[in-house]
Design a protein around this ligand. Sequence first.
Ligand code: F0G
Length: 441
Amino acid sequence: MSMPVQTLTPITAAEQSSIVRCASCHATLDDRTARATCPNCGGLLAVEHTLALPKGAALRARFDDRLGVESFRGTAAERSGVWRFRELVLPAARSEDIVSHPEGNTPLVTRAAVASFAGVDDLWLKHEGHNPSASFKDRGMTAALTQARRIGALAVACASTGNTSASLAAYAAQAGIPAFVLVPEGRVSTGKLAQTLAYGAHMIRLRGDFDDCLELARDASERLGVYLVNSLNPFRVEGQKTIVLELLQQLAWEAPDWIALPAGNLGNTAAFGKALREAHALGLIDRVPRLLAVQAAGAAPFAAGFADDFATRRRVRAETAATAIRIGDPASWDRAVDAIRFSDGHVVAVTDAEIFAAKRVIDACGVGCEPASAASVAGVRLLVERGIIGSGERVVAVLTGHLLKDPDAALAARVAGGLGSDEPLSRDEALGHLARVLATT
Ligand code: F0G
């Protein structure tokens, strides 16, 4: 079966402000394409905005003005930290098409304990776990479901290690479009499974890993005409760019020296690179921060590629307790290579022990994150130790998901750390326990 034929309303000249281009064969499609990958060669598609925009201070002022004016009175889209940057996301989307919670507007915080652990004084944490479904995926998903609505998609689908599926389930519920998710059996954390089911997606647990799930999702979407919204979908990338745009805005458009992020399927790394390229070309920033993509050592094909200047594309059988980034064959490899090269970036692998050491510090200062997210801080610490990041540099580490995404990991980390009492206590035992703990703190 082929993709269903869509009847499209004509596109006006004013709306025709974006095109979609294949990175491999350079074929162009209009911005209402229902394809997530190139129909000619299967390559990755990218959105290009052709709208003539003001540059530099004028564009910064436009985005800054929206912060105040649209803060609480407007529609969800007007209050969104994604659609605030709509000229760089999907300018042709009409407000009635936009599927927004709203999302974004996530905090940028500092914590002395995390800065001291990482070894940099000026460390900021961009907490994407404060999105509506508690991960950064909502930023790409609002764009993808908006596109799904624009093209009249009959159903949407993704493969996921859990966060994409939770986000897709939430946004598909809002859009009223049936959602199908493929997840690797036994490897998705409790919080993510609970969200996906509660928001009403059809969930299929596959005997296999994430890479098997993605291959099947791509195949099924081709055969069955279901709109694929994994991060290889070019509109997901457009939404995810706003993590970078928003953090730059929060820093008054003064570029930090580094932006660190955990890396799995490499969709986010690709989106960050595209955001930096565009922000620099439009004069939003006058210098480009260096990207630091951090992988788990058991799932680090991209870090291995970086070590030989990306001479060959690699894949591995992935294994890590940071299940969100347990990915061995990243789909957005080429785009991520471009992001690292463009930003003079770095890619590094950290062990699970290093990830959980960082997580304990992030959790204990009241910020908290899921295991994969802590990789960004662990990676910063490693590069400081290696002398690649200077202790006086300004670094933003992105925390991609909320602590409650993986409550089992959080509990295991604390019990291993010796806090809390394992057994329920009687009233008298509890008082005795309290007194003993107080005496030692
Ligand atoms: N951090 C978290 C919490 C994630 O869930 C993911 C990816 C990443 C980092 C890595 O981002 O894949 O763009 O390099 N999660 C996907 C999912 C794979 O299905 O939820 P990436």
